[in-house]
Design a protein around this ligand. Structure first.
Ligand code: CA
Length: 724
């Protein structure tokens, strides 16, 4: 069968509005399983959810209207399933013919009966625990792809695995990355015409980004597309990378293997079958600070746009050939990735129907781009920003605020958005009925401080080229409350034609869940505040709410079995913000905890969750702080470089990973060293730092954490902040 012709045919039928239900026409998922025609026609297959964003357009809109504005008040829990991991849960489940498949933290896969919750099978790829230190943003996994009779997913340690849909048995397995470097896979693959496409992450540590295609039948690599040039001979590289090399200081890129350049493709992809274009979102530079990554030849800071960092790139999926790019943040230096959700839609702009691509990348602008040509159409800020005052409509380039670009020396700058962006990986949704894009947005500015003598370290830790300790909160309850007051979380209903919000729902803080929009006029979203909510898609009015007992960050899906519509969401607090920010900063009485659990709802559902476990009241009871100030200062600097990204700035830990101020190991230099130097807890994710930190530095970090714990104990005694 010529799959491309099937795909093209189905696309024509869809665009003519002739195809009401693909699964009827193509005979469902029996026989040869999921076909290219089914993936192209996924919008008509309302019962199932067969690819990551439901359709290749990644709109995350389901036409189902069984659950709607009128009856959503009767939505109840149909069933739930507890997960065997307690880290961030970010996955989108797939649903195929009454079976629900999902990935969880640590890249595990589980299959359930979609109506009863009976477990059908599960698979654990046994990712080594110490891989956890290579992951910038928790040991998460965002999902699967289905094709034929197989399921495909990536593992944190860089493998791409094909499982049998029926049994969960491994069909093939392929290592896609150089496992000696800090590459990780957390994103979901897509399958186009029998090719499994997957990228990876790692640009905080020092890697060179790429996306590659593998044969769905056997895992053979078919093409590999690098996003940044390789150091060394430029003339031997493909033309699009030669062009990119003109925008880099190639001396530095070539001189140091630890630089890598970055540009990882760690999350979003979309596909237009008619244009036969695959769109990828490219990540930040490695290191972040351009003054180190691509220094100006005259020594005045950084130089060059550094293509294709922070760009949307269109690729021919059959060959991996470059077609066009649009760079959202030229000369990226703030971790402003363009890996955020890419969504395709057709809409009337200035009296003409346009085929557009939309993205709300970290940099705070909502972009509408012509997806045939990559030409800029419009962009406006969807959150408060200060790094640019707008986008020049002629050039499509940002009008940058020079005070927010921090080099090797000089003044620090508080930049909005910060490194977590105005929107992160959490999927948006689009309602063609309301002509609105729903954005899980937030505001969390960040202090970028120069680090004059920065050197890369390939062994361990972040390689970003800034002083990450500069943003530590002083032990002052009033100041902390002020900082908490600047944090915002919002559900924004954005009109992409008018480029403005039609309505906004305020949440208590950042890092709320991904989105689903439905034909029933609803938008579903979980929150950091442990709710799962339904809103009126037209007005934002909250119509229904469920107490989820844990923060929800993953996006919901919906499906239909036996005439009944279900809504499913994987709950479980975690991810980049959750591991580095203490619950106090959300302004809540009790910090959000991780209870990893799949929740499935239907009208009239009567299931009940068990009572939540009692709050873990770990005392803040450190040994006295007796170390000399000079030792504590060394510990503070080393902590900021190697520990803060997982255990929190200022040693104020989260509930997802151990809060070191409360760690038992704080009492004993020997126990502390056994963990940090010898790697005693490596199977749980805490690898040895012996290659990067001396024993004296490790002990200095302990002295710093003891000092911080004592400061915060005094603060609690003053009752300034309610504690767990
Ligand atoms: Ca990043």
């Amino acid at each position: 069968m010529d799959l491309r012709r099937w795909a093209a045919g189905a696309a024509v039928l869809l665009s003519a509005g002739m195809l009401a239900n693909c699964s009827q026409m193509f005979g469902g998922a029996g026989g040869e399983g999921v076909t290219t025609a089914m993936l192209v026609g996924a919008d008509g297959d309302t019962a199932n959810w067969i690819s990551h964003g439901r359709t290749y357009s990644e709109q995350r809109f389901s036409p189902l209207e069984g659950v709607n504005r009128e009856n959503v008040g009767q939505l109840g829990l149909a069933w739930y399933a507890d997960m065997d991991t307690a880290r961030g849960q970010e996955a989108t489940p797939l649903v195929l013919d009454g079976k629900l498949y999902l990935t969880t933290a640590w890249s595990k896969v589980k299959a359930f009966d979609a109506t009863t919750g009976a477990k059908l099978w599960e698979y654990d790829p046994k990712v080594p625990g110490e891989t956890g230190v290579k992951a910038c943003c928790d040991v998460v996994n965002r999902g699967l792809a289905a094709y034929g009779d197989k399921l495909f997913f990536g593992t944190l340690d860089g493998r791409l695995i094909a499982l049998d849909q029926g049994t969960g048995a491994v069909v093939w397995e392929k290592v896609t990355v150089d496992q000696s470097k800090s590459y990780t896979i957390t994103g979901a693959p897509r399958v186009i015409d029998g090719k499994v496409i997957i990228g990876n992450g790692g640009a905080e540590f020092g890697v060179r980004g790429f996306v590659a295609a593998y044969d769905a039948n056997n895992g053979e690599q078919l093409w590999k597309f690098y996003t940044v040039p390789e150091g060394g001979e430029v003339k031997d590289q493909p033309a699009y990378l030669q062009k990119a090399a003109e925008t880099w200081n190639m001396d530095v890129l070539g001189a140091n293997d630890a630089i890598g350049g970055g540009g990882t493709v760690w999350d979003s992809m979309a596909y237009d079958p008619e244009l036969d274009l695959l769109y990828i979102g490219v990540g930040n530079g490695s290191p972040w600070n351009r003054a180190y990554r691509s220094p100006a030849k005259d020594g005045s800071g950084g130089e060059g746009d550094n293509l294709y960092l922070s760009s949307i790139v269109a690729i021919r999926p059959g060959t991996g050939e470059y077609v066009w790019h649009y760079q959202t943040t030229p000369g990226e230096t703030w971790d402003f990735t363009a890996t955020q959700h890419i969504m395709l839609a057709d809409m009337e702009i200035d009296g003409k129907m346009r085929k557009v691509l939309m993205q709300a990348p970290k940099n705070g602008f909502f972009y509408v781009i012509d997806r045939e040509t990559g030409k800029f159409i419009s962009a406006k800020p969807y959150v408060s920003i200060n790094w640019a005052s707008g986008i020049d409509p002629k050039t499509g380039r940002p009008i940058e605020n020079p005070e927010t670009r921090v080099d090797r020396t000089g003044k620090p700058a508080l930049v909005m958005p910060g490194a977590l962006g105005g929107h992160n990986w959490h999927p948006m949704a689009f309602s063609p009925k309301e002509k609105l894009v729903y954005i899980p947005a937030f505001e969390a500015g960040m202090m970028y401080a120069p680090e004059a003598a920065w050197k890369p370290d390939t062994a361990r830790g972040f390689n970003v080229g800034f002083n990450l300790g500069a943003g530590d909160l002083p032990p002052d309850g009033g100041f902390r409350k002020q900082v908490a007051g600047t944090l915002r979380g919002m559900l924004v209903a954005w009109d992409p034609v008018a480029q403005k919000a039609r309505w906004t729902v305020e949440h208590p803080g950042p890092w709320n869940g991904g989105l689903l929009a439905t034909g029933g006029g609803l938008v579903f979203q979980g929150t950091a505040g442990s709710e799962f909510n339904a809103y009126d898609a037209a007005s934002g009015k909250k119509l229904w709410s469920f107490g989820a007992q844990t923060g929800v960050v993953a996006p919901p899906v919906t499906y239909m079995v036996g005439g009944e519509q279900y809504v499913a969401v994987l709950a479980g607090w975690g991810g980049a913000y959750a591991i580095t920010v203490d619950g106090d900063l959300l302004g809540r009485k009790a910090p959000v905890r991780n209870i990893s659990r799949l929740l499935v709802f239907k009208i009239g559902g009567k299931a009940q969750l068990p009572a939540p476990p009692a709050s873990a009241a770990l005392p803040l009871d450190p040994p006295p702080s007796t170390a000399p100030a000079a030792v504590i200062a060394v510990g503070q600097a080393r902590y900021a470089r190697y520990c803060a990204v997982c255990h929190g700035p200022g040693a104020v830990g989260s509930t997802v990973l151990p809060d070191l101020r409360r760690a038992g190991a704080l009492e004993s230099a020997a126990t502390w060293s056994a963990v940090v130097h010898d790697g005693a807890l490596k199977d749980r994710g805490m690898a040895s730092f012996a290659g990067s930190l001396s024993k004296d530095e490790i002990e200095a970090i302990r002295a710093y954490v003891i000092k911080r714990a004592n400061e915060d104990k005094a603060l609690e005694a003053g009752n300034t902040i309610a504690r767990r």
